[in-house]
Design a protein around this ligand. Structure first.
Ligand code: SF4
Ligand code: SF4
Length: 344
């Protein structure tokens, strides 16, 4: 498996890292047994980094079960959504406990939004907790993840972060000329999230070749089963780049996603009812909307049923629709999801 250097952390990790969202029974609909098998398979085939978050429900716990016997096989990365010092420190302690380890190599501020920057970077902010945890040996490096490139660009310049994680794929290319060159210049590790656009991009071979055209380090992708795991392994092994003609044809393949595609930029949040709008509504809708319930694979059926609590929490206040720069119809999509999965 291809190895990369993760910027100034000097961590040597595999080009493909195992993403933690599908490693949660609640977020994926998978059983604990399947998740356990997926993690073991990825490690058996030489994957050396797993990324998770306090926000991915039981993902840390299930990864921790495997870490009891395989901690030396991989680097662990996790994240906190807390923005204040005390809450972030409590998250780090909880992550260590759930992951069954005494140190996490990379701990990240998760999904930072513009209006949260001052809090996180302030005297009582989450960054202070990560710094203290680093001094105490609980974590080794500090990273930042955001859907807002301007936030990442501003904070790279502070020198506080060792890695940045951002959405980047054939549909979302804004980082190409801005964030990526800046991170490279500062020797900050570059971590790609959403390499398949939240599941919208189906051609995984072309998707991985696409990343070989750019100076990005780690590609994080979650897989739901062993077959997907092996497919990712094969695609990530290639060092071939897309030719200009292949890139044009790849762009044509995904052009149908058009304007209606959720970029997961999170401008629509926060939701007063704490719904994670991009993932729970739009990305999920994209995966299931053109099928009947019976046509869906079992894991999507389960995921839909498990997500009913989120769909039902929407009171149709409309705030998210006002904020979405792409005019996506959140309420209508929520109603369609409710209809698809109700009474099942
Ligand atoms: S619904 Fe709109 S604002 Fe919210 S993440 Fe998707 S594209 Fe961005
Ligand atoms: S319309 Fe629903 S999802 Fe959107 S902000 Fe209001 S409660 Fe949240």
């Amino acid at each position: 498996m291809q190895k990369v250097r993760l910027g100034r952390t000097n961590l040597e990790v595999t080009r493909w890292g195992l993403g933690g969202i599908p490693l949660s029974t609640i977020m994926s609909g998978n059983t604990e047994e399947v998740i356990n098998q997926v993690i073991h398979t990825a490690l058996d085939y030489g994957i050396t980094i797993i990324d998770t978050s306090r926000g991915y429900m039981d993902s840390e716990t299930l990864i921790g079960e495997v870490m009891k016997t395989r901690r030396s096989d991989c680097v662990l990365a996790s994240k906190t959504m807390s923005r204040e010092k005390d809450a972030a420190m409590a998250d780090i302690e909880e992550s260590l406990q759930q992951l069954q380890t005494d140190r996490i190599e990379l701990y990240q501020i998760h999904a930072l939004r513009p209006y949260e920057v001052a809090t996180v970077m302030g005297e009582e902010g989450a960054l202070k907790a990560l710094r203290r945890a680093q001094e105490q040996g609980m974590i080794k490096y500090i990273g930042l993840t955001s859907h807002h490139l301007d936030v990442l660009i501003d904070l790279i310049k502070t020198g506080e972060f060792d890695t940045v994680m951002f959405p980047f794929n054939v549909i979302e290319r804004e980082a190409e000329t801005t964030l990526i060159p800046l991170a490279n210049e500062h020797d900050i590790g570059t971590i790609v999230m959403k390499p398949l656009g939240g599941g919208a991009i189906r051609n995984i071979v072309k998707a991985f070749k696409f990343f070989n055209n750019y100076p990005v380090d780690l590609i994080l992708n979650g897989v739901a089963n062993i077959a997907e795991c092996k497919e990712n392994l094969a695609a990530a092994e290639s060092r071939d780049q897309l030719t200009p003609d292949e890139l044009v044809s790849f762009e044509d393949e995904v052009s149908f996603l058009g304007k209606d595609f959720c970029r997961r930029c999170s401008y629509c949040e926060p939701c007063p009812n704490d719904i994670q709008i991009p993932f729970m509504i739009h990305v999920f809708w994209q995966m299931v909307h053109d099928k009947t319930y019976e046509e869906l694979p079992v894991e999507k059926q389960e995921m839909g049923k498990n997500s009913m609590i989120w769909f039902q929490a929407c009171e149709e206040c409309g705030k998210c629709e006002e904020r979405c720069p792409y005019d996506l119809p959140t309420i209508k999509r929520k109603q369609e999801l409710l209809e698809l999965f109700s009474n099942r």
